[in-house]
Design a protein around this ligand. Structure first.
Ligand SMILES: [Zn+2]
Length: 71
């Protein structure tokens, strides 16, 4: 799990942090990155506490199986 800092200053999450399942979305070794980092890909995740949309960057995103959606 990665911990994402919520962008909402009034977020009710403890420490404004919520968890994001990196194993579902990232390859081994993937981690939070900054915009412009090598291989950084942006994600948008809704905070489960306050519902704000948080944009963040991670590396080593799993390749999405496009053909699966074409059936
Ligand atoms: Zn929040």
């Amino acid at each position: 799990m990665l911990r994402i800092l919520c962008c909402n200053e009034k977020c009710t999450a403890p420490g404004r942090l919520f968890q994001w399942d990196d194993h579902k979305n990232l390859q081994a070794g993937g981690k939070l990155a900054k915009k412009g980092d090598d291989g950084a890909v942006s994600f948008v995740e809704t905070c489960p506490f306050c519902g704000s949309r948080n944009k963040f960057y991670v590396t080593k995103v799993q390749k999405i199986d496009v053909t699966r959606n074409m059936i």
